[in-house]
Unconditional design. Structure first.
Length: 159
């Protein structure tokens, strides 16, 4: 094999590897943590717990109050934010495949022993991504299509 062929093969391998990485079935959770006056809270600890598996992922907010938690499998999550001098805030969210969810949280000044639970759902419209997608459940596939078309779906779309 010539040097040119080796270089061409390496470039093709890198090109296709980029596509493989781009095809993911995980979600990303990001947002901004601020106080009740609207000022950002840096250094806050954001803890995301997968309700089904108990897996815990932790991130800290940066100097702009932003946090990003990538590569979360689709599931229900319990999100908790803590910072010294503020009441902790918790919220439950459901993440779908390839969802880019934005969860902005507001901390209130208070003692560490006080907790605030937020009970709102994430908006259906995603502002963090231009992707158009939908979650398809097996019952929908079986009731609206023939067996031949449901077998032709990619594995990530089958329930």
């Amino acid at each position: 094999m010539s040097r040119f062929q080796k270089i061409a093969m390496l470039l093709m391998l890198l090109f296709f590897a980029a596509f493989a990485v781009a095809q993911t079935n995980t979600a990303r959770l990001s947002g901004t943590v601020s106080d009740s006056a609207g000022a950002v809270v840096s250094g806050a600890t954001v803890t995301v717990t997968n309700v089904g598996t108990g897996r815990v992922v932790t991130a800290n907010t940066d100097e702009a109050g932003n946090y990003v938690i990538p590569a979360l499998p689709p599931s229900d999550y319990h999100v908790e934010v803590k910072q010294t001098g503020f009441k902790s805030v918790t919220q439950n969210v459901t993440l779908q495949t390839q969802q880019v969810a934005v969860l902005n949280l507001v901390l209130e000044i208070g003692q560490v022993t006080e907790n605030v639970t937020v009970t709102t759902d994430l908006p259906v419209i995603e502002t963090g991504s231009s992707n158009i997608s939908d979650v398809v459940v097996g019952r929908q596939i079986n009731s609206h299509s023939t067996a031949a078309t449901s077998r032709s779906l990619p594995l990530s779309c089958r329930a």
